[in-house]
Design a protein around this ligand. Structure first.
Ligand SMILES: [Zn+2]
Ligand SMILES: [Zn+2]
Length: 257
């Protein structure tokens, strides 16, 4: 069933495929906003940043443009796949372990590539060209995940397509990675901390980013450039020295209110 649907994206007209991937991007956008609202209601007493001000038309416009551009990146990916520039593992000819390995490789490769891309985006010579748009919003809300300069959306998209050209993953691995990417992006921008207080004491998990981690980056542009893991920030000494204290503060609030 999954393989038939995927194969029809290769064999049917590109316009037909484009409509489907656009609908998928709109659905992911709607899901992220709805899930963000649920998290905000559940953990509203664990604010990391001050509550954001009223929503502006500029934010809505940039977010809408971002969803359309993401769909365009997906169409470009489809076109590259149809031309065999991007290749997938032969359908079903692999184990569940291979699928998990693919998702992990994409996760790690994208995390490192985005760390480098993000640090370059903060270089004084290029910051005002694109990334400054996202940094206008010091108090993020779920929509902020999509409030990006179009140049930046195109840059992230190109990075993703390059990774897919370099690594032939299974379709399931790609879908798992995309779901994980959406969850991390959403968690990064909710502005409240849903992770339990003991998170930073749990082996392995303490290296996985939290809402506090990216919220700190919105308030302090000189630290926390990673997205999924704290690994690269620890390795290159860019992790905020306030991280542990800020995390404790944002989780403790719920205990005192
Ligand atoms: Zn952000
Ligand atoms: Zn930044």
């Amino acid at each position: 069933m999954l393989y038939d649907s995927i194969e029809s994206l290769r064999t049917d007209g590109l316009w037909f495929a484009a409509v489907w991937v656009t609908l998928a991007n709109v659905a992911m956008f709607a899901f992220a906003l709805a899930a963000g609202e649920v998290i905000l209601r559940r953990f509203g007493d664990r604010r990391i940043t001050p509550a954001p001000g009223p929503l502006t038309n500029k934010e809505l416009g940039l977010a809408g443009l971002c969803v359309l551009l993401n769909a365009l990146v997906a169409v470009a990916g489809l076109a590259l796949w149809r031309e065999s520039v991007i290749s997938l593992r032969p359908y079903g000819d692999y184990s569940a372990l291979t699928v998990l390995l693919d998702a992990f490789v994409l996760f790690l490769a994208m995390d490192f590539a985005m760390y480098v891309f993000h640090r370059v985006a903060h270089h004084p010579l290029v910051f005002s060209l694109a990334h400054s748009t996202h940094h206008v919003y010091e108090s993020p809300r779920p929509l902020t995940l999509f409030v990006l300069n179009p140049l930046e959306v195109a840059g992230f998209g190109a990075l993703w397509l390059l990774v897919l050209v370099a690594y032939s993953a299974s379709i399931e691995g790609i879908l798992i990675y995309l779901a994980i990417n959406l969850v991390f992006g959403l968690v990064a921008h909710v502005g409240v901390e849903p992770a339990p207080e003991k998170w930073l004491r749990i082996p392995v998990l303490r290296y996985v980013s939290t809402s506090t981690f990216h919220a700190e980056h919105h308030m302090d542009r000189f630290h926390n450039y990673g997205f999924y893991l704290l690994l690269w920030d620890r390795l290159f000494h860019t992790l905020s020295p306030e991280y542990t204290a800020d995390f404790a503060r944002s989780t403790r609030i719920s205990l005192t209110t």
